[in-house]
Design a protein around this ligand. Structure first.
Ligand code: AMP
Length: 446
């Protein structure tokens, strides 16, 4: 089916063509006609399916038809990155139209966002928390909203946003058209959809439990301690040109990024503890080639969209099979192909088998020729939890001893001298630091 048969405004068709979209993706084919006809839409769609254009195109189309100087569409999305990405897609699709958009999310100043409300920008793309902050101010009125999108509803649930969404709903008219998108449809999401939608067109509610076609998936069995070395080897041999790599924790993301930089590879990280400026810089740098590797934790990376991304690497096996499908879907950009590698340590085999059951196939196991799978690792990527806890206990006990010494007035000379020492000075070199658990980059295996 060509795009032209979707009866979209010529200015939108022009933009779509310039973006190189040859034909609508299945979700676009199914969702756009009922949306243009004014129906509510309930759709199961994952990142990579073309879902963003599936809701943006009909909304922009309807906004062009009847221009007004007030905010008429609200798109709710779980993360800042996703909000920024949707705004980018909106700007690209609406480039030949007068329709304007703004993003409203936390971690940046309220001022420019206030301006968006006051000037009556057509479409606001928001995360729920920051939107509620604005609603406390008199300028933030969304009484003119006619179109509402709830994007990645299941992620909103995971992140605890459901109460916030219900609060936001109190600020917008009940008479509106609603687009509801979710990758999965667990019970609380189905309930919310039922509350928010009127006689919706239901699209692809049968969950497709296989990642997009065109992706070559492989598993690299590797001991836990050699994962970083294997990753560097794949980059050095250009088997990976660039990669979006997922780690299980923020801590591992930090350590892996440090390891890569030490190995001379330009890498950036993106996770919940990074400021908005740092995340934006990391993402922009990865897109423009400054960074060859972007290390991310799952939640922070939701919605990252990098054109022609060649590789996703699961440095750790995703604990939930759905996360695997979702992440791997990221390289399956409509029409493009990408590779997805998953590093599996012997202790992760059980989780891998759960993924293989979910996607209903066995993933090929691959070994890298001439890689020393029996090498002693140079540095540990992560200090085991038990050691970290022991270090924290030690620090606390030191602190208690110090305050006891102070409380005693420091009568005895020995105590006084001890209390004056810099924090941490009394401890043997160990993983704990007063900076809250950050460890120096290289610690050899004890
Ligand atoms: P999304 O699922 O919205 O994150 O979109 C995934 C990617 O597919 C984005 O990079 C879009 O620019 C791209 N895309 C969306 N629609 C199409 C299409 N009809 N043809 C080719 N690529 C598309």
């Amino acid at each position: 089916m060509p795009f032209a048969s979707l009866k979209l405004h010529p200015d939108l068709l022009k933009a779509v063509k310039e973006l190189g979209f040859v034909r609508p993706t299945p979700i676009q084919e199914d969702a756009i006609p009922p949306a243009l006809a004014g129906r509510d839409v309930l759709a199961c769609a994952q990142t990579g399916s073309g879902k963003t254009a599936a809701f943006l195109l009909p909304i922009i189309h309807r906004l062009i038809e009847k221009p007004r100087r007030t905010t008429r569409a609200l798109i709710l999305t779980p993360t800042r990155e996703l909000a920024a990405q949707i705004l980018e897609d909106l700007n690209a699709l609406a480039v030949h139209t007068p329709v304007s958009g703004a993003a409203v999310y936390g971690g940046v100043g309220m001022g420019p966002q206030e301006h968006a409300f006051r000037s009556g920008v057509d479409i606001i793309v928001a995360t729920p928390g920051r939107l509620l902050d604005h609603f406390r101010m008199p300028y933030a009125k969304l009484a003119g909203v006619e179109y509402l999108v709830l994007d990645e509803a299941d992620r909103m649930l995971d992140m605890g946003f459901l109460p916030d969404i219900r609060r936001v709903l109190r600020h917008i008219p009940t008479k509106r058209q609603t687009h509801f998108f979710s990758a999965t449809m667990p019970q609380p999401i189905a309930v919310l959809a039922n509350e928010m939608l009127k006689n919706p067109e239901q699209i692809r509610l049968q969950r497709q439990s296989a990642p997009a076609v065109g992706i070559t998936q492989a598993v690299y069995p590797v001991p836990q301690d050699l994962k970083a070395a294997l990753f560097v080897a794949l980059l050095e041999r250009n088997i990976l040109r660039e990669a979006l790599v997922f780690t299980r924790t923020k801590h591992r993301a930090n350590r892996l990024a440090e390891h890569l930089v030490r190995a001379g590879i330009n890498a950036a990280r993106i996770h919940g503890n990074r400021s908005q400026a740092q995340r934006t810089e990391a993402l922009a740098g990865f897109k423009n080639g400054k960074y060859r590797v972007l290390v991310a934790t799952d939640i922070a990376a939701r919605g990252i969209d990098v054109e022609a991304l060649s590789h996703v690497v699961n440095f750790d096996v995703p604990a939930v099979p759905d996360d695997y499908i979702h992440r791997v879907g990221r390289t399956g950009r409509a029409e493009a192909t990408g590779d997805a590698f998953t590093f599996v340590a012997p202790e992760d085999e059980g989780e891998l088998r759960a993924i293989e059951r979910a996607i209903n196939r066995t993933l090929p196991r691959v070994t890298l020729p001439d890689f020393d799978y029996r090498a002693r690792p140079q540095a540990r990527l992560e200090i085991p939890l038990a050691e970290r806890i022991a270090a924290i206990r030690q620090r606390k006990s030191d602190e208690r001893a110090r305050s006891r010494a102070k409380a005693g007035g420091g009568q005895r000379k020995g105590e006084e001298a001890w209390a004056k020492r810099a924090p941490g000075a009394s401890r043997p070199a160990g993983p704990s630091r007063s900076s809250g658990g950050r460890r120096p980059p290289t610690r050899s295996r004890s």
